[in-house]
Design a protein around this ligand. Structure first.
Ligand code: PGA
Length: 254
């Protein structure tokens, strides 16, 4: 595939896997994916497994991501995790503003942008999620919603920080539903995201930002999705929980 941007495929394990199960999974991924250099591979285990998974992948090309982080530095914030604490486990990426957090924790764009800034300050690359609901798509406001989320969630980031940010387009109606956006639907929104990034900064910045698609990505649809000109990777939920399906997604994407 002839894109200047390196593909980045991340597994979002969500609230799944004990430490022992996490180690089994990551050991399997190490076996399957050790020769792959064409794709940036990221696993995002739950916080409780970061330490052990980190040790397991230390000498591999698999990188570690967290599923959320606080916008605050260390201190009296019960139940929160600071960037500095993630750094201890060599966490390189953090998913921010996932639709499940936007929905269940009512996270607004403004909070996500503060977290994105805190992540960059700690040299952790944020994976910032945006995406419309089914109702929004059906009423024709997809671009309005995605544009608003993008501008709000990346507000105040410098151009250099935006280049180091990964945007994940995840239509809410496609997450965990088995319903994938068609490659055409994905490409259209990805192109819109890149155009919006160009308006927020300039086209040089927009061209360098990697935009992942997420929502029922599977071995069978990965190649077609990744072949779209503005799709630069995937954020994978369900299919990242097994060695075979996650490895096949990566291999089929090259
Ligand atoms: P899914 O989840 O692959 O299970 O649809 C994607 C995500 O929520 O990141």
């Amino acid at each position: 595939m002839n894109k200047d941007r390196k593909l980045i495929i991340a597994g979002n394990w969500k609230m799944n896997k004990t430490v022992a199960e996490s180690l089994d999974l990551v050991k399997g991924l190490k076996r399957e994916l050790s020769n792959i250099k064409e794709v940036d591979i990221v696993v995002c285990p739950p916080f409780t497994a970061l330490c052990e998974v980190s040790k397991e992948i230390i000498e591999t090309d698999i990188r570690l991501g967290a599923q959320n982080m606080s916008e605050k530095g260390v201190g009296a914030f019960t139940g929160e995790i600071a960037a500095e604490m993630l750094k201890e486990f060599l966490v390189r990426y953090v998913i921010l503003g996932h639709s499940e957090r936007r929905q269940y924790q009512a996270e607004p764009d403004e909070l996500i942008s503060r977290r994105a800034k805190a992540a960059h300050a700690a040299s952790i690359k944020p994976i910032v999620c945006v995406g419309e609901s089914l109702e929004q798509r059906e009423s024709g406001v997809t671009e309005q919603i995605v544009g608003q989320q993008l501008r709000g969630s990346l507000a105040g980031l410098t151009a250099d920080q935006v280049v180091e940010t990964i945007v994940a387009y995840e239509p809410v109606w496609a997450i965990g539903t088995g319903k994938t956006a068609t490659s055409g639907q994905a490409q259209d929104v990805h192109a819109f995201i890149r155009q919006t990034l160009g308006e927020m900064h300039d086209s040089g910045v927009a061209k360098r930002v990697r935009i992942q698609y997420g929502g029922s990505v599977k071995p069978g649809n990965a190649r077609e999705l990744m072949s779209q000109s503005d799709v630069d990777g995937a954020l994978v939920g369900g299919a990242s929980l097994e060695v075979r399906s996650f490895s096949e997604i990566i291999k089929n994407s090259i």
